[in-house]
Each structure stands twice: as structure tokens, then as C-alpha cells.
Design a protein around this ligand. Structure first.
Ligand code: VTB
Length: 318
């Protein structure tokens, strides 16, 4: 039942932020998504705690880490939200921004601080441990190619386009691989590896944000891909912040099931058009949304195209 409820939450957040597509206002678009998501979350029959949110209590007025959401009458669950993933993509009306959240059994999602995380992810069907953060990019690509029965040059890697990845990109290219560079949105970047047939992506590598890593892990748990993550805690301040959130070993390499351990449901709705999801469309008399939902306990992936006619419920006034 809660699977569908979750879809409603990301749909509403997507519609709210889609009104600000292409307006160059990252903060306003994000705020619209946050407001809508929080309003809908608080209608759900859950006793939820935000473990991945908009920030720590003193920096985020809403959906802060530790905030209780839901009616309080229902299962104890962990909530991880990224109300508008890819705020810049939305502000520039570029492909790939989504409204996304994960819900899991209480205490089973890693409460990751908002720091960087080194990540590696591959889709399903490979032997366990096929790639590893402790091995070089070259070793990982060669191992993956061998398991896939292709040459390294036939492996396609997705990497965030950032100056910090210059060396990684050079090394991956030196094997002849194709690289899909994305400017933002590495939750979808990781998820893409789980559907190589649809997306053409075999491997995700590089450094993105840690909270996004946990949400992406939730989706991979459903399909059975592999992922590892390691927090980048390169200052005493970050180590302290992580420690307060329960991270005892700052160098720990997290496996997929350390990032998202229990039953987890992840829902993502397109805000702008993307490779996997269409953006929100305003039609005569109704609004259309496109959502994908992953449920780990059954491995079900649902695609939900919705036409919303009760649009007054969306609080569409700017
Ligand atoms: C990535 C990307 C996000 O943050 O996680 C990135 O997927 C990492 O941070 O969409 P930098 O932008 O500092 O490199 C986002 O771009 C925004 O949260």
C-alpha cells in the first residue's frame, strides 16, 4: 500500500518544482519541492524519521535530519529525501532532474552526512565483488569487461563532469572506453547501471554526494546490482560531523547492504525530461507525471504514468 503513497509524494514534489523549470532559480525550485514533499509526507500513515534530508537541524527549517514525519500512526520507517535532485538541471530546464525519496524499515538506511562519497556501481548479473573501490579504475574496467565477455573499450562508464575527475576520465579513456559525462544527478547515474539495456551504461565511477549515494543504493537493492561507497572525511570538522551521525570508522568502505540494509522502497518522478523518466507535462485540464518505483523485498520495478485531474490539490499557485 505504501508504495503508491510514496509515488504521490514524489509526484507532488515534481509538479511543484516543475513550475519553476527554466527560471534560473535553483533555491526557489528546491523550496517548492521541499514544501510539497513535506506536506504529503505528513499525510502518510507512518512513524517516519528523516535520516537523509535537507541538512542538519540548524541549517534546514524543513525535512532536517531527525525530523519526524507522517501521522505517527503506522510503521517506524527511515525516510531519505532529495526533493529536487539536480536543482541546476531544473533551473536551466536541462534533462535529468527528479523528485526522489526512499523509505525503509526503521534504522536500516545509513544516516550519511552531507559530504562527498567515492562510489562505484554496476548492474545485476555479475559475480559478487566484480568491482571494488580498492582496485584501480583500469583493474575494475578490465574485470567487468571480462565478465561481460567484451573488450574494455566496449564498456561504457558514467562519470560526473567535475575537475576532480580529470585524472579518472583520462585513465578510463586510455582504455578506449566511452564515458557518459553528466553535469548533475548522480542518483540516476547510479540507477542507470541497473538497466544497461535501456541506458547503455555499464559502470558508475567517481565522487558525488553521500546522501545521493544512499538513495541510489536503495534502488540498486531492488534490482540486485552492486555498489560500494566511501565517505570522504578529509577535515577534522567533517569527521566530527560524521561521528555525531554514528560513523565510527571514517575510512569504512560501505557495501550496498551497509548503505541500505532493510526492505526499502524508492520512488522517483521526472521533473525535466530524462533518459528514464519524462518530465511533468501540463495538458488541457490535467497534469501528467512519470514515476519509477523500486521495491527491494520483491524486486518489483513499477513505472507509473499518471494523469492528475484534481489539480487543485497540487497547490499550483506560485
Ligand atoms: C552530485 C550530483 C548532484 O551534487 O552528487 C553532486 O549528483 C556532487 O557535488 O546532483 P558537487 O556538485 O559539489 O560536485 C549534485 O550536483 C547536487 O546535489
Amino acid at each position: 500500500m505504501l508504495t503508491l503513497e510514496l509515488v504521490r509524494v514524489t509526484e507532488r514534489a515534481a509538479v511543484a518544482s516543475s513550475l519553476l523549470r527554466g527560471r534560473g532559480q535553483e533555491k526557489a525550485a528546491d523550496q517548492a519541492a521541499v514544501d510539497a514533499m513535506r506536506r504529503e509526507l505528513n499525510n502518510l500513515p507512518i512513524d517516519g524519521t528523516v535520516v537523509i534530508g535537507e541538512g542538519e537541524r540548524d541549517e534546514a527549517p524543513m525535512l532536517f535530519i531527525g525530523e519526524r514525519v507522517g501521522t505517527g500512526k503506522g510503521p517506524k520507517v527511515d525516510i531519505a529525501v532529495d526533493p529536487l535532485e539536480g536543482t541546476t538541471l531544473c533551473a536551466k530546464d536541462m534533462p535529468g532532474s527528479i523528485a526522489v525519496m526512499a523509505m525503509a524499515e526503521g534504522g536500516t538506511l545509513l544516516a550519511a552526512p552531507d559530504v562527498y562519497m567515492e562510489k562505484i556501481a554496476v548492474g545485476p548479473g555479475y559475480p559478487p565483488g566484480i568491482v571494488d573501490l580498492d582496485r584501480s579504475p583500469e583493474e575494475n574496467i578490465k574485470a567487468l569487461a571480462k565478465a561481460k565477455g567484451v573488450e574494455p573499450k566496449d564498456v561504457t562508464v558514467l562519470i560526473l563532469e567535475r575537475p576532480r575527475h580529470e585524472d579518472l576520465i583520462r585513465r578510463v579513456r586510455s582504455l578506449g572506453c566511452g564515458i557518459r559525462l553528466i553535469t548533475d544527478g548522480d542518483i540516476m547515474g547510479v540507477i542507470f547501471t541497473s538497466m544497461p539495456g535501456e541506458t547503455g551504461i555499464d559502470l558508475y565511477m567517481g565522487i558525488g554526494a553521500a546522501p545521493e549515494g544512499v538513495i541510489a543504493a536503495g534502488a540498486l537493492r531492488c534490482i540486485g546490482g552492486q555498489m560500494q561507497g566511501r565517505l570522504i572525511l578529509d577535515t577534522p570538522e567533517k569527521r566530527e560531523r560524521a561521528k555525531k551521525m554514528g560513523v565510527t570508522d571514517p575510512n569504512r568502505k560501505y557495501e550496498l547492504t551497509d548503505l541500505a540494509r532493510g526492505d526499502v522502497v524508492v520512488a522517483a518522478t521526472g521533473v525535466t525530461d530524462g533518459a528514464l523518466l519524462d518530465g511533468v507535462r501540463f495538458k488541457d485540464g490535467h497534469v501528467e507525471t512519470d514515476t519509477i518505483v523500486y521495491r527491494s523485498s520483491t524486486g518489483t520495478v513499477r513505472r507509473i504514468k499518471a494523469e492528475h485531474r484534481n489539480i487543485e490539490k497540487f497547490h499550483l499557485e506560485p
